[in-house]
Design a protein around this ligand. Structure first.
Ligand code: SF4
Length: 294
């Protein structure tokens, strides 16, 4: 008998809050993005399968009806496909109602799997990928050391979609600072219109103290952060420019956001822009800073 013991810090998307979370890996295999402090205290490692199987068995005894599982940490899709398949088989064996397994992934993780591997993972119920786009601007991706390009990001989304995976992408408002915000938003909208994910969420840049010096140094010029008015202007410009060929479910429900929004784009664009306009005029109260987390 083992206890489920998490290796903290533990991060998961807001929409996984009600689901079973298991750490298939610890940390992030890349761990280089300058804005990100999530796994700076961890060295990347795959959790030994025997240990993870024991945790799955324990979780199944405690929660036999669990039907959605999130495999943490930062990019569990980096694990070899046969390793992931063994995890998915164990989950299916122990959780009879298993409907969906989700992971965080980087574009590189998606590119390193063949189409057949992605299809095999999908066939074993790994069906949702959380992907940090952050920005569609190649210039900003370089400045934040994202380790990828907009073209690679678009290709990764297309590969995932072709395998039948659902893609949930995030964009970080404020990442271009006051000087580059328009390029950041316009090029991000261009990327999303070209390669639409199924779900899109925005969050607001908040730099933890321990990453600020490196972020500033690598950005290559003085970085002037956006205030809430600037963030709302970015949100409005992004929503106005999004015209995807397939509907996207849009959320800004991350705890960092000043204004939570929800809708389907492009259908709900007028309603979302009206809410942003009302917030700008002070008719809708912004979420107090004290309750905004990372
Ligand atoms: S943003 Fe994602 S890929 Fe980049 S360091 Fe953080 S967890 Fe890793």
């Amino acid at each position: 008998m083992i206890e489920l013991e998490y290796d903290f810090p533990l991060w998961r998307p807001p929409s996984e809050g009600e689901n079973l979370i298991l750490q298939a890996s610890l940390g992030c295999s890349f761990n280089g993005c300058t804005f990100c402090s999530m796994y700076k205290t961890k060295r990347f490692a795959a959790k030994p399968l025997e240990r993870l199987f024991a945790e799955i068995d324990q979780a199944a005894r405690d929660w036999p009806d669990a039907h959605r599982v999130f495999l943490a940490d930062g990019d569990a899709l980096v694990l070899p496909t046969d390793h992931l398949l063994r995890i998915l088989e164990r989950l299916a064996l122990r959780l009879p109602n298993l409907a969906r397994v989700a992971v965080y992934a980087t574009p590189v993780n998606l590119w390193r799997k063949s189409e057949a591997e992605l299809a095999a993972l999908k066939a074993h119920k790994l069906s949702l990928i959380y992907l940090g786009i952050e920005s569609g601007s190649g210039d900003i991706l370089r400045r934040i050391r994202k380790g990828t390009t907009p073209q690679s990001m678009a290709g990764a989304i297309a590969r995932g979609r072709a395998a039948g995976l659902k893609i949930s992408a995030t964009v970080i408002l404020g990442l271009g600072g006051r000087r580059r915000w328009q390029d950041h938003i316009d090029e991000t909208a261009g990327l999303i219109n070209q390669a639409p994910p199924h779900y899109l969420s925005t969050l607001q840049l908040r730099l933890a103290p321990e990453v600020q010096a490196r972020f500033q140094e690598k950005f290559g010029e003085p970085f002037e952060p956006q205030d809430d008015a600037g963030m709302l202007a970015e949100q409005a410009r992004l929503i106005a420019a999004l015209d995807p060929p397939r509907p996207i479910i849009f959320r800004s429900n991350h705890a960092s956001n000043a204004l939570p929004l929800a809708g389907t784009l492009p259908k709900d664009r007028p309603h979302l822009l009206a809410q942003l306009g009302a917030a700008g005029r002070g008719e809708i109260r912004l979420r107090p800073r004290i309750v905004r987390g990372l």
